[in-house]
Design a protein around this ligand. Structure first.
Ligand SMILES: Nc1nc2c(ncn2[C@@H]2O[C@H](COP(=O)(O)OP(=O)(O)OP(=O)(O)O)[C@@H](O)[C@H]2O)c(=O)[nH]1
Ligand SMILES: [Mg+2]
Length: 254
């Protein structure tokens, strides 16, 4: 595809410090035809207002979607994905706005999109990794969850199914049928990836280093991880009957 329109979706909840740095870092890559869509859930720290202010600097390429209440990352992404499709995006990239997902990987991901349907930034393939300050126990648990547990249970050729740094081709996102997605929270990433694999979409993994957020507070804990491990079963039972014939064919009408 010549000159695809790339839409980077940044979900934000209290990222007032990170958002301006993130917008600048992405723009400094000087990637052609690149847009940013911020989806903010009425952050108490004013992130949504800051996003609006920055549209004055990038009036053609920065878009902001305001949601009235915090409904979780999954709900924000589903809303933003439909909006990105309505803005004629060809490649839709989802990434956290706290620098755990680093803009420097965007060129490699975009390159892989030329001959894949979904590109995943992967912590658990050669060349990837997680924050070096993580304890041995936390690293081992996360590696096991992704490389062994989820991969084996779901039978997907993906080494980082819980990762949230992804590039979706337009046709993949439509074919997936976003109405099928039931989860919010951490397992949302797994459900999206699993459905894409069941529908036969071709996946590439790009190695990424995943540092912890630099600014703001982390809320990841073992309860969240444990719940996600159980919910993986739910995702499997819900979607294991999907086949490529069940891809959605029509675009969304908003
Ligand atoms: N719009 C929206 N964005 C959210 C919501 N929850 C989290 N986010 C954003 O989604 C991205 C990922 O969330 P994080 O809070 O970093 O989640 P995490 O990486 O699992 O946990 P941390 O260790 O805290 O970084 C960040 O850019 C958040 O600001 C939400 O309910 N709505
Ligand atoms: Mg984070």
């Amino acid at each position: 595809m010549d000159n695809p329109r790339v839409m980077v979706v940044l979900p934000t909840y209290n990222e007032a410090e990170n958002l301006p740095r993130m917008i600048e870092a992405i723009h400094n890559l000087h990637l052609p035809n690149l847009h940013i869509l911020v989806v903010d859930d009425n952050s108490p720290d004013g992130t949504g207002r800051i996003a609006d202010e920055w549209t004055q600097r990038f009036p053609d390429t920065l878009h902001v979607l305001h949601r009235t209440t915090k409904e979780g990352l999954g709900a924000a992404y589903l809303h933003a994905f439909k909006h990105a499709l309505s803005l004629d995006a060809d490649y839709i990239i989802q990434m956290d706005c706290d620098f755990s997902h680093q803009p420097r990987y965007l060129p490699a991901m975009i390159e892989q999109a030329a001959n894949h349907d979904l590109v995943i930034g992967s912590r658990y393939i050669k060349g990837g990794g997680v924050d070096e300050r993580w304890s041995f126990y936390r690293k081992a648990l996360s590696w096991f969850a992704n490389r062994i547990y989820v991969k084996t249970l779901l039978g997907v050729p993906v080494n980082d199914a819980t990762g949230g740094f992804k590039l979706w081709k337009r046709a993949t996102l439509i074919g997936l049928d976003l109405e099928r997605i039931r989860s919010n929270g951490y397992i949302f990433q797994v459900e999206m990836t699993y459905i894409a694999c069941r529908l036969g979409y071709k996946v590439a993994e790009v190695p990424i280093y995943f540092p912890d957020r630099e600014l703001g507070h982390s809320k990841m804990d073992t309860n969240i991880a444990f719940e996600a491990a159980l919910r993986t079963w739910q995702v499997m039972f819900r979607h294991h009957n999907l086949t490529p014939a069940k891809r959605r064919s029509e675009a969304y009408s908003l």
